[in-house]
Each structure stands twice: as C-alpha cells, then as structure tokens.
Ligand binder design. Structure first.
Ligand code: AR6
Length: 361
C-alpha cells in the first residue's frame, strides 16, 4: 500500500528516510526533533551544524547515523497563527520538498511525522488532511512507500461529525444486535422455540439451504425414500451433470476488475493509484485471472471505481467475500459507499479511528 498510516515511534521505523519536524536552526529541539537527535546520536547534530539552517517550507537531508534509516530529511513546518498566514501552503511545501528530496536520493520508503501538529500548533485534523492530500498527489506520479506516522491517539482524529455519524451507523446496524440484552433474550427464545417444535418435524431450512436446494449436485441427491425433502429431488432432476455445472463458472474477480476499469474509462494506473494499491500487486492481479485478493484489496478497488453497494457486493462475491453487519469494518465501508464518499484516504482515516485494518494492498 503506497500510503500507510501507522501509529509508532518514528525513530524505530526501518525505511530509507525519516522526516524530522525541525526548526529553522536545524540544531535540535523538543518533540519528534528531540527524539530523532537522541536516537541518532551526536553525529547528527554535527552534520546539521554544517547545513546553515533551513527556511520554513523547505527541506534538507543528512545521514541517519544510529537510526535504522539511511537518511533524515529535516523540514521546517509553519507555526500556526490562525490559518490566514499561508500556513497551509507552507505545510504542503514541507511534504512536497521532503518527498522530492527523498526521490532525488532514490528512497523507496519514507516516514513522516505530522509536521507542525505539535509545538507549532497546527490543528491536527487539518494537518493530517494536508499531509494525506500532498502525499496522495505525489504518489499519483511516483512509486514510493510513504508512512504517515501518528504518535498519540489524539494525533489522529477524524472530524467530530463524521465520527459521530459513523458511531450512529454502527450502533443502528451492529451494536443493537450484539449488545442489547433484550435483543439477545429475544434471539435465544426464538432459537429455543425453533428447536422445540411441537410436532417434532425438522426445523425449517435456513435461507442459504433453501437457495442451495435448486442447485444440489447429482451425487448428493437423496434417495426417494427420504421423504423429508421431496422438493429437493424434483429440483435436482433439472440439473446438468457436474462438469457442465462447473463449466458455468462465473467471471473472476480479475476479469470483473479489468472490465470495470474499461467501463469507467479509467487507465489501469489511475485505478490502482486511486485504490492506494501498489503496481506490483496490480500486475499480479492483471496477469492471473484466478488471483485471490484479500478483502481490503477488493474494497480498495471498489472504492477507486466508485462502485455502488450492489456492484461492490458483486465484486466481493467474485473473490468469495461479502459485507456483513456483524463487522465494524464492513459497516464503515458500507457507510461511506451509501454516502457516495469514495475518498479512500478519508475512509482509511475512519477505519484507523475505529481501530480497523485499512484498505489497500
Ligand atoms: N514519533 C512520531 N511522532 C512523534 C514523535 C515520535 N517519536 N514524537 C512526537 N511526535 P512536534 P512541530 C509527533 O512538536 O509541531 C521541536 O522543538 C507529535 O505528537 O515534534 O512541527 C522543533 O525543534 C506531533 O503530532 O513538531 C521545533 O521547534 C508531531 O510529531 C518544533 O518542535 C509533531 O510535533 C516543531 O514543532
């Protein structure tokens, strides 16, 4: 997944470069700057002294010394002064300059903290939006693995209204069915009544079994004397033999994906970039008609293609999955699709806020 949002101490991340939220002197300070200097050792400060500082919105590169990365890219974010002093453009420039510097040094992976979102006071929700949008734009043109590192739980807060709406949606569809004691009691009573059917007859088959009946395979046909399921043998009579039946296999996930990309008038690159899926994974899917993707991968493509809910379910089914109201992850995805909001980064923010795994490869 080209952009990954992770919660970790940036000084522990093994990648080509980590970015430091420094000040214009480049001579160290508190927050992430202090942590990076401490972990890198005094040689980092020695090299920083030779750089002659750095202007706000720009970036400079040093070695990583004792850190598990090759380089440290030092950038200076703007101090938040209410938003009317070009803060957004300066912050965007920090991310852009750092990414360009990383690309010049052939870095394949870079980790960013939330620049300006600590001592410099940039509101965290706005800071993360700037980060995600600039990194997302950059990744449309380049192949790089970028980590956006959030440190505390507070670092990452989706808008309050969005959070509340998702909580309500989950409550409506999930929590009530799982936590309400009255609901639980009703369920138990229903189960008890069903198993204690007075005439001792078999319980009615569940809907899935009903649906399967019409397609039961020949070698599974019941003998005539099995009077409990007479409809099954009538329906079975119309079945083709097994090889013809298997020959009716439906379009695969890979075929459906490529068809949908064409129908949407997108290029493959536009699609996998929008899905936040890396090129190698996309090539595997394209070259293997029977490729079995993970569920988050299918959903990432469904979001990139802006599929409706029925289309999303269809695509999930091709890969053997579905959306369930018993899963918070699924409910969050369903919420966004129902809202017509296909911004994968916003969806990932929400998934992250609810401690769910993220979309992408
Ligand atoms: N790993 C990842 N993120 C961290 C870590 C860590 N080890 N430590 C803090 N953060 P800040 P700024 C997060 O204050 O706002 C310094 O003194 C933190 O939670 O480090 O750009 C410099 O010298 C926050 O979300 O940077 C400057 O004077 C984010 O990193 C000034 O602070 C940035 O917080 C720069 O302020």
């Amino acid at each position: 997944m080209p952009l990954q949002i992770i919660r970790q101490d940036i000084t522990k991340i093994e990648c080509d470069a980590i970015v430091n939220a420094a000040n214009e002197s480049l001579l160290g300070g508190g927050g992430v700057d202090g942590a990076i200097h401490r972990a890198a050792g005094p040689e980092l400060l020695e090299e920083c002294r030779t750089l002659g500082g750095c202007r706000t919105g720009e970036a400079k590169l040093t070695g990583g010394y004792r850190l598990p990365c090759r380089y440290v890219i030092h950038t200076v974010g703007p101090v938040w002064r209410g938003g009317g002093y070009g803060e957004r453009e300066l912050l965007a420039s920090c991310y852009r300059s750092s990414l360009e510097l990383a690309a010049e040094h052939h870095c394949e992976s870079v980790a960013f903290p939330l620049i300006s979102a600590g001592a410099y006071g940039y509101p965290k929700d706005q800071a993360i939006r700037v980060a995600v949008s600039v990194i997302g734009e950059f990744l449309m043109e380049s192949d790089m693995l970028v980590y956006l590192v959030v440190f505390g739980r507070d670092d990452f807060s989706i808008g309050k209204k969005l959070f509340t709406d998702i909580v309500c949606f989950i409550d409506d569809h999930y929590a009530a069915a799982h936590t309400d004691p009255l609901e639980e009691q009703r369920r138990r009573t229903q189960c008890y009544e069903a198993t204690m059917h007075p005439c001792g007859a078999a319980m009615p088959p569940p809907p899935a079994a009903k649906a399967r009946r019409g397609v039961a395979l020949p070698h599974l046909r019941r003998k005539k004397k099995d009077a409990a399921l007479p409809q099954a043998s009538q329906a079975d009579a119309a079945l083709p033999d097994l090889s013809d039946y298997v020959g009716q296999i439906d379009e695969s996930f890979s075929t459906m994906l490529l068809r949908k990309i064409d129908e949407r008038g997108m290029t493959d690159v536009q699609c996998y970039k929008k899905a936040n899926i890396d090129r190698k994974l996309f090539s595997k899917i394209r070259s293997d008609v029977h490729y079995k993707p993970s569920k988050p991968t299918v959903l990432a493509f469904a979001i990139a293609l802006e599929l409706s809910l029925p289309e999303t379910l269809d695509m999930l089914m091709k890969a053997g999955f579905t959306l369930s109201h018993s899963s918070k992850f699924d409910l969050i995805i369903e919420y966004f699709i129902r809202q017509g909001n296909y911004d994968i980064f916003e969806i990932n923010e929400a998934l992250f806020a609810f401690d769910q795994s993220l979309l992408g490869g």
